[in-house]
Write a protein that binds this ligand. Structure first.
Ligand code: FE2
Length: 85
C-alpha cells in the first residue's frame, strides 16, 4: 500500500532530520519529474508516480551508504511500515 502524498512528504521530513543532505531535494525533484512524466503517459497515475518518486531514496534515512545498501535499507524500511498497517 502506498502512503498518501502527505504521508510521503512527512516521511521525507523525518528522514531529512535523521540524515540531512541534498538527497532530500533530489527526492522531491524526482517526485515532481515522475508526476510530470506520468501526466503525459496514458494509463499512468501521476499521484502514485509523485509518491514513489518522493520515496525512491527513503533508505538514505539510515545514513550515507553505497547504492545497493540504501536500496536495501529502503526496502527493509518500507516492509517494516507495511507490518505496521
Ligand atoms: Fe535517487
Amino acid at each position: 500500500m502506498l502512503p498518501t502524498i502527505e504521508e510521503a512528504l512527512n516521511e521525507l521530513k523525518i528522514a531529512e532530520h535523521l540524515n540531512p543532505g541534498p538527497w532530500v531535494k533530489h527526492s522531491m525533484n524526482t517526485g515532481v519529474a515522475a508526476r510530470n512524466i506520468a501526466e503525459k503517459v496514458p494509463g499512468l497515475n501521476s499521484e502514485k508516480a509523485y509518491i514513489v518518486g518522493l520515496m525512491h531514496d527513503i533508505g538514505r534515512r539510515a545514513g550515507i551508504t553505497d547504492i545497493p545498501t540504501h536500496v536495501y535499507d529502503g526496502y527493509k524500511y518500507c516492509m517494516e511500515k507495511l507490518e505496521d498497517i
